[in-house]
Design a protein around this ligand. Structure first.
Ligand code: PLP
Length: 469
């Protein structure tokens, strides 16, 4: 499989190189040159497969030429063997023809484990083969950091540095990062906010001289391997609900358009997905596009669903690329307009095309809490605030009551106790068994000033399993 840039002016890469790449050299994002397409018979024959075997069939075309079948099978079995629920992504029925797909049974209790557990193992496999080491530098406001650290903790050839804003992440989220100890794991608390952290990561990608030749790898959702891993659970859920004989709809709590883009790809690969609901909080740039063809930056608002607090959606460019007939030149132009003016819209017929599949809703904090309370009252299930937004949007946007609607349950409610409490749920939530001693574990973290020189010096000093690069 070859991968091309959405802006049409960077070299095509194979899977191995795309795994190690961040943005393409022309500023675009990598996408498969040709998406694999499965027949209905082929998809039907996968019903009942264990998760890792289904994952092998769905993802095999993407890694072909870079990883052998035997190795890939083993990597997948290990990856999903680390999940706490034997169904990996169980469906829980909330209502008539309405389900939540629980994607929070991985080590850090959010859906990001599906991709980052795999990413760590893929990196290790490929780096060992090439005899290379890499450094990962990432910024987090919560879920990504712990999932990335958990995913890379056993990697022989990766040193990972995760920046979080000092005293501005919840205690559960901080401890999920800082209690994972290892000579290749480095938590840095920056005396600044999340944007400061993100800016330092961006600047480090732009000028890598401080790394003395060691390659820098991205773990945010612009990394193609993350999107790829997320395609699998759409197939998994739909097969259980009668696909491919029957169509299925999905509602996806989204910020950077990564998770929902995976659903869009599943459909283009042959899965009968009849509707995708874009569910946002009040940071609703995606809802503004889907409802009115207006994609523009606004100020950031802190919400009860912090993992979706974004101003622009980094993966949206991948959808725009398809909407423009995969014309890289047209897309480069569109994105440079966006860069200059902070806004874009597309030609009417392209927007109409998108609306055939996508609907959207922006959900307030108030409605998020009301949904958590309502679902709890009727079913006894406690939803996390992100998942609650997905449920609310599914209920408002649903086109057809006889089509199964699956809401992606993106996080375990125990990660977001404030929202659960605000929703008036008296029940105390317990950490799952593998995290039950989280508050007794030793923490390791370095506090650094809000200065890129200090961060880069720290990385250079510790980037080789705790030793200088
Ligand atoms: C990251 C995250 C999201 C948003 O996912 P995108 O791929 O950025 O759309 C939603 N919910 C939770 C709990 C997350 O951690």
């Amino acid at each position: 499989m070859r991968y091309i840039s959405t802006r049409g002016n960077a070299p095509a890469l194979n899977f191995e190189d795309v795994l190690l790449a961040g943005l393409a050299s022309d500023g675009g994002l990598y996408v498969p040159e040709n998406l694999p397409r499965f027949t209905q018979e082929e998809i039907a024959s996968w019903a009942g497969l264990p998760y890792h075997e289904l994952a092998f069939r769905v993802m095999r075309p993407f890694v072909e030429g870079s990883i052998s079948d035997t190795d890939f099978k083993q990597i997948l079995e290990e990856t999903y063997g680390a999940f706490a629920h034997s169904a990996i992504a169980p469906l829980r029925q909330l209502n008539a023809n309405e389900w939540v797909m629980e994607l929070f049974h991985g080590p850090t209790l959010a859906f990001k484990d599906f991709a980052l557990q795999l990413l760590g193992r893929l990196l290790d496999h490929i780096l060992l083969k090439r005899g290379e080491r890499v450094v990962i530098i990432g910024a987090t406001s919560g879920d990504t950091g712990s999932a990335a650290i958990e995913g890379c903790r056993r990697c022989e050839n990766v040193d990972i540095f995760i920046l979080h804003p000092h005293q501005r992440v919840s205690e559960v989220q901080r401890r999920q990062m800082t209690t994972i100890l290892g000579e290749n794991i480095h938590n840095i608390a920056i005396e600044g906010n999340f944007d400061d952290c993100q800016e330092m990561v961006k600047a480090s990608f732009a000028d890598q001289s401080f790394l003395k030749g060691t390659r820098l790898v991205a773990v945010n959702s612009i990394n193609w391997a993350r999107i790829m891993a997320q395609i699998v659970y759409y197939f998994h859920a739909a097969l259980q609900l009668g696909a491919p004989a029957r169509s299925v709809a999905f509602s996806v709590p989204t910020g950077n358009f990564g998770d929902i883009f995976a659903g869009y790809l599943a459909r283009n690969m042959g899965l009968p997905v009849s509707q995708l609901v874009v569910a946002t909080n009040r940071n609703d740039i995606l809802h503004r596009f889907m409802s009115g063809n207006q994609y523009f930056k606004e100020t950031l608002h802190a919400s009860l669903s912090p993992s979706m607090d974004i101003m622009v959606s980094s993966n949206f460019e991948r959808l725009l690329f398809d909407l423009h007939g995969r014309n890289g030149v047209a897309l480069a132009e569109l994105m440079s307009t966006f860069k200059a003016t902070g806004k874009l819209s597309v030609e009417e017929d392209r927007w109409v095309e998108a609306r055939k599949l996508f609907d959207s809703l922006a959900v307030s904090d108030e409605d998020t809490c009301a949904t958590i309370a309502d679902v709890f009252k009727r079913t006894g299930e406690v939803l996390d605030p992100h998942t609650a937004i997905g449920v609310k949007a599914a209920r408002e946007c649903r086109r057809n009551l006889s089509t199964p609607m699956v809401v992606l349950g993106t996080a375990h409610p125990v990660k977001f106790p404030d929202a659960v409490e605000k929703a008036g749920i008296g029940k105390a939530l317990e950490l799952p068994a593998h995290l039950s001693d989280l508050f007794q574990r030793e923490e390791r973290c370095t506090v650094l000033p809000n200065a890129i020189e200090a961060v880069q010096a720290f990385v250079a000093q510790h980037g080789n399993r705790g030793k200088p690069l």
